[in-house]
Ligand binder design. Structure first.
Ligand SMILES: Cc1cc2nc3c(=O)[nH]c(=O)nc-3n(C[C@H](O)[C@H](O)[C@H](O)COP(=O)(O)OP(=O)(O)OC[C@H]3O[C@@H](n4cnc5c(N)ncnc54)[C@H](O)[C@@H]3O)c2cc1C
Length: 267
């Protein structure tokens, strides 16, 4: 594909990109995307994806079909099948994303001996909003479960799980990112440098950190791409699949307002 002639549309059902960030950073992120040649279509939803086109609905309800051979689906992660198995055995219902709702101590309702955490569970904050499906949430839940088990072994009670939001970082492209850390709002190169540092900090082991720094440096200097997409054709699999650095993502059925996709349309 000739990326010089490709049109890249970022379809976002919310009224701005990165809705989890303050509005000023959403605006900066949208500008950074435009500088990269991406057209953000906020307030739009994908209502159909076919072999050679995708249908996009505007906020006014008009549906436009756009020729696109490549659609990259990025509207959320669906839970592992293990959640469905646990739900079946424990007689619990799953939400739309296939997640189990757990108690405040991350155990299954009616099964205090079973902990479930990470992307496969739905945990509500005290204000009723669900925690996002992000790595820091899963990591904090893992530490909490380990400490709760240790406390039980000493016959000590545990307090409910509380997520400590340390801030949000999102990378957009080379030297482009946004950061919102406890009121400190950064964009551009400072946010990008912070994103790199934070990711290195959370990697386990010196060797991993060194390897990642080397790979990033080579990519930065050679303008190489860190991620490659291996696309299996729909004829081969029945479903179009994209593999990103080994992680496989199959588009779930389209679902109303949450629909969000990046589409590359030739020409
Ligand atoms: C493409 C992509 C990009 C992302 N980017 C970010 C990001 O920039 N920042 C961020 O914070 N979060 C990001 N996330 C979300 C983040 O990766 C998840 O929230 C986090 O990994 C959840 O951790 P987890 O342990 O619940 O699940 P996972 O990390 O998915 O780990 C679950 C593991 O369990 C294994 N497993 C599944 N079923 C079974 C079974 N039956 N038996 C044994 N093992 C099993 C799986 O193979 C997997 O290794 C991204 C997710 C994706 C898909």
């Amino acid at each position: 594909m000739d990326t010089e002639t490709a049109r890249v549309l970022l379809v976002e059902a919310a009224d701005r990109v990165l809705p989890g960030f303050p509005e000023s950073l959403s605006r900066k992120a949208a500008r950074a995307l435009e500088q990269l040649g991406v057209t953000p279509l906020t307030g739009h939803t994908v209502v159909d994806v076919g072999a050679g086109s995708a249908a996009i609905q505007s906020p006014a309800g008009e549906v436009e079909r756009i020729g696109a051979r490549t659609a990259v689906w990025a509207a959320g992660v669906s839970a592992s099948n293990l959640a469905a198995g646990l739900g079946r055995e424990a007689g619990l219902e799953l939400d739309r994303a296939g997640r189990l709702t757990v108690r405040a101590d991350l155990t299954l309702p009616g099964h205090p001996d079973v902990f479930a955490l990470g992307d496969m569970v739905r945990v509500q904050r005290p204000d009723g909003t669900p925690l996002p499906g992000l790595a820091p949430v899963a990591m904090q839940q893992g530490r909490y479960a380990a400490s709760a088990i240790r406390r039980r072994l000493r016959n000590r009670p545990s307090r409910p799980f509380r997520y400590r939001d340390k801030g949000n970082l999102a990378t957009i492209g080379r030297s482009k990112a946004v950061a919102d850390i406890k009121g400190l709002r950064l964009s551009g190169f400072p946010a990008w440098a912070l994103w790199l540092l934070v990711h290195l900090f959370y990697l386990i082991g010196f060797q991993n950190r060194l390897l990642v720094v080397l790979r990033w440096t080579i990519s930065f200097l050679t303008r190489g791409r860190g991620a490659r997409l291996i696309i299996t054709s729909a004829e081969q699999t029945g479903v179009q699949q994209a593999t990103v650095n080994g992680a496989s993502a199959t588009p779930p059925p389209l679902s109303g307002r949450e629909a969000k996709a990046a589409l590359t349309a030739a020409g």
